[in-house]
Design a protein around this ligand. Sequence first.
Ligand code: FAD
Ligand code: SF4
Length: 570
Amino acid sequence: MANFNIDSKKARTYDAIVIGSGISGGWSAKELTEKGLKTLVLERGRDVQHIKDYPTTNMMPWEFAHRERLPKEITDANPIASRCYNFKESSAHFFAKDNEHPYVQEKPFDWIRGYQVGGKSLLWARQTQRWSKYDFEGPARDKFAVEWPIGYDDIAPWYSHVEKFAGITGNKDGIDTLPDGEFLAPHDLNCVEKYFKEQVGKQYKDRHIIIGRAAHITDPQQIHLDQGRAKCQHRVICERGCPFGGYFSSNSSTIPWAMKTGNLTMRPHSVVHSIIYDDKKQKATGVRVIDANTKQMMEFYADIIFVNAAALNSNLVLLNSTSSRFPNGLGNDSGVLGKYVAFHNYRASVSGEYEGFLDSTTDGKRPNSGYIPRFRNVYKQETDFLRGYAAGFGANRNTYSDRNGLGESLKSNLHETKYGNWSVGSHMMGETIPKESNYVALDKDLKDPFGIAQLKISVGYDDNDEKMIKDYVEQVSEMFTNAGFKNVKSHDGNRNPGNDIHEMGGVRMGKDPKTSMLNQWNQLHACKNVFVTDGACMTSTSTQNPSLTYMALSARAVDYAVKQMKAKNL
Ligand SMILES: Cc1cc2nc3c(=O)[nH]c(=O)nc-3n(C[C@H](O)[C@H](O)[C@H](O)COP(=O)(O)OP(=O)(O)OC[C@H]3O[C@@H](n4cnc5c(N)ncnc54)[C@H](O)[C@@H]3O)c2cc1C
Ligand code: SF4
């Protein structure tokens, strides 16, 4: 008679386990399965299958009971998620709900999460810029955080690798602070944006206005058609999930691709509790999972483990993975686990009006906008704060309708759109400095609904951020004024850290195991068969949107891990 226990253990044993199925986990799974590894993806949330599980994607505005706004009882129950601009009647089902997933805010921190297959890749704004050498060299040169163990040249081929597959629209702008990539046809700037670009070009040597780089398929290549994806239709309701696969998400791209290899097992409703470390083997042997439906603890085993639960949840999983060898969290010999968390500062914005081009307006929609790459403190230290900021930029024609009249006249007034001046706007994307005092830890008393310690987040702004906000407002206001824009105003939204949704760090890469958790291959210095390739690994944050870099690091780390595994080094 078969020994059921042995069989069951075998059925729960894989070559590789990936924790999380979002942007980075999807890439880890794709690369591992393509290289022939039987891979288990553990995802705490429900399954969301491309097209089938996008319930609102074809709904018209009038088909929503509250015209896209959420009822007060829902916003009251979700005060944190509600502060995200994308938490709407059409997309709220892709956000983790505040009351179901508690955490401790030692300082105010808006932790925005997407707990389902695909993670936040269903919700993101799809901006995808490469980092430049100035970003990787920053800490060594400016003496903050620790030195990166890799430079731009190490990751450049992997940026190309992921860009070609994901499909990135952009223009080759030849700007050394923002390296060009493998781009599909660019979107266009509108006439006022082009005018601003010209004015800035005339007045500032080192400042540029460009069209954003974004994960949208503008001219599908064979590799995109092979994924079953099609050209973006510019509907700009991407956060509902796109049935065309017009934008990159794990659900439309990496996960179905990995599934087609026959090597992927996707297990939704699987909350990873911790990673199992075997003292004798001196390596990780698997993970403990709580089944979200039954609340039962189970174990799964593998030779290599990729941690892709999104930055702060990856910290949580490692902190919760204690053993006699690692009493303070897996791989945490240095004591830096959970520390040096950083994020992006999106607090300030500048607006204005332009009285020209009154014979023009915009036509249709564009799932993208203009972008101002970082120009501060790049070649030398120019200001009294470290590092710099990039910024978004866009122009739109103001419209309004006359609400006077009664009956037929009111109806025709409402139908006739009237145009005002162009409005112009910009928002900052500032780099924050990773500091030991910005940390996450496990709360000693409070547990989540699965009995796992709640994450305590202690992350705040500092003086450097305040000075940077002031400089951004001054510089962009000056650029707007010099371009002839009127009514220039600035605004500090005072948003909490976290609302940028670019939290990073806590499991940082570095050269020295005494001051970092991961080596140049995203491999735990002290537990070689565990790799962390989401935002937790970031040593510093740059001013660029981060997800493209997580994708490239994931693909690069898998390539290394599989080679090491085949060479029997793991
Ligand atoms: C509205 C919005 C706009 C954004 N705009 C941009 C942008 O323009 N450009 C950009 O680069 N980034 C943007 N981002 C950020 C981007 O979405 C994230 O950087 C990216 O999704 C991170 O990838 P990830 O794999 O680390 O995490 P995620 O995509 O969040 O995936 C993590 C997955 O892990 C799962 N998980 C967590 N804990 C566990 C556990 N214990 N066990 C099992 N599974 C677990 C989660 O359920 C989730 O599915 C935006 C995000 C949002 C919400
Ligand atoms: S803008 Fe493009 S990617 Fe977004 S929903 Fe429309 S077709 Fe899809």
